[in-house]
Design a binder for this molecule. Structure first.
Ligand SMILES: Nc1ncnc2c1ncn2[C@@H]1O[C@H](COP(=O)(O)OP(=O)(O)OP(=O)(O)O)[C@@H](O)[C@H]1O
Ligand SMILES: [Mg+2]
Length: 331
């Protein structure tokens, strides 16, 4: 299948001589969520803005669905691309409903269709339309504003969505919730997404593939988060994912039957069952396994599959699972 988006040796030099992006090449597959992670000022926003031609590239090519974006009418181009702006950028003097209606109105949708769509979108991002529709941006929390920004970008169900630090203004707890909801939305809609963030954890949680953008435009070939974490392709990537890489892997790995110690698998199920309260399901995220073990008085937790006891997990189990996840990513 042809890639949905292609950046081909793209360079952006601003008129004052700042080279924001230099020789950037990567591809985004249809329906995938690609995360570009990088430090402030490395050219993330410039990269997204070139794709919808808010910024004109200096040299190179960008293709969307095989078409060179310079050969397409900009209005037609932007109709196909949803854009979640860094710092949200809602229109302050327009209500939530009016903000989300912006693109449908530009496209000349009638009132009934627009109203129905706005209601649907607000529901999708977890905002009650009756409660929030008539509010102005200053009457919303940061998290609610970001939800409205996402709803606005999705208004006409664009095949491509560009997201610039979409959850940046939200506190850590709200951020995790928004990320989880966005993951669900992405699966449901199948939109091709490029998300830029400086938050490694955000990329790990959301991305099908992630790539590290360094200052001056260098990019490591995009790879699934597990590979990026377990086998950083360069010192720059290792630096960015840092010493927390193993901990982050815990959020990605799942407990499998092979991780359970052979001895523990043969444990006397009935006796163990009566002695222990807590249990986990096979397939649980490793960070949940780790948390359960840490709380268990003897550091061991029963593991079930569809309710039936299949073994016991302890700290060694988690280490075994992490080694398996890492080895699989490097294979
Ligand atoms: N209009 C402009 N004119 C000149 N230089 C610019 C312009 N816009 C951005 N730059 C510069 O280009 C570089 C990349 O900026 P960009 O906004 O793309 O970075 P970013 O990765 O999005 O940063 P942040 O994480 O802080 O949002 C920076 O050095 C910035 O100062
Ligand atoms: Mg930016």
């Amino acid at each position: 299948m042809a890639p949905a988006i292609v950046f081909d040796h793209v360079r952006k030099e601003y008129p004052d001589g700042t080279v924001a992006v230099d020789d950037l090449s990567f591809e985004v597959r249809e329906h995938e969520l690609l995360a570009l992670v990088g430090p402030s000022g490395c050219g993330k926003s410039t990269t997204l803005r070139m794709a919808n031609r808010l910024v004109e590239l200096t040299s190179g090519r960008i293709l969307i669905n095989g078409e060179d974006i310079t050969q397409v009418d900009t209005v037609a181009l932007r109709r196909r691309i949803g854009y979640v702006i860094q710092h949200v950028g809602l229109f302050p003097h327009r209500t939530v409903t009016q903000n989300v209606s912006t693109v449908p109105q530009l496209l000349g949708w009638d009132r009934a269709r627009t109203r129905a769509r706005v209601g649907e979108l607000l529901e999708l991002v977890g905002l009650d339309p009756d409660r929030y529709g008539r509010r102005y941006p200053h009457e919303l929390s940061g998290g609610a504003r970001q939800r409205v920004g996402v709803a606005r970008a999705l208004a006409v169900d664009p095949p491509v969505l560009l997201m610039d630090e979409p959850f940046g203004a939200v506190d850590p707890v709200g951020r995790r919730r928004l990320q989880a909801e966005f993951r669900r939305i992405h699966r449901e809609l199948g939109t091709t997404v490029v998300l830029v963030t400086h938050d490694v954890d955000e990329a790990v949680r959301l991305a099908d593939r992630g790539a590290v953008l360094s200052r001056g435009g260098g990019l490591e070939q995009p790879a699934p988060p597990v590979s990026v974490l377990s086998a950083p392709a360069s010192p720059a990537v290792a630096d960015l994912v840092g010493s927390g890489a193993a901990v982050r892997l815990l959020a990605l790995g799942r407990l499998e039957r092979a991780d359970l110690a052979p001895g523990a698998r043969a444990v006397d199920a009935e006796a163990a069952d009566s002695a222990h309260g807590a249990s986990l399901e096979l397939g649980a995220a490793l960070d949940d396994v780790f948390a359960a073990i840490a709380q268990a008085p003897d550091g061991r937790v029963l593991v079930r599959q569809d309710g039936a006891l299949v073994g016991m997990a302890d700290a060694d189990t988690v280490v075994t699972a992490l080694q398996r996840v890492t080895a699989a990513a490097q294979a």
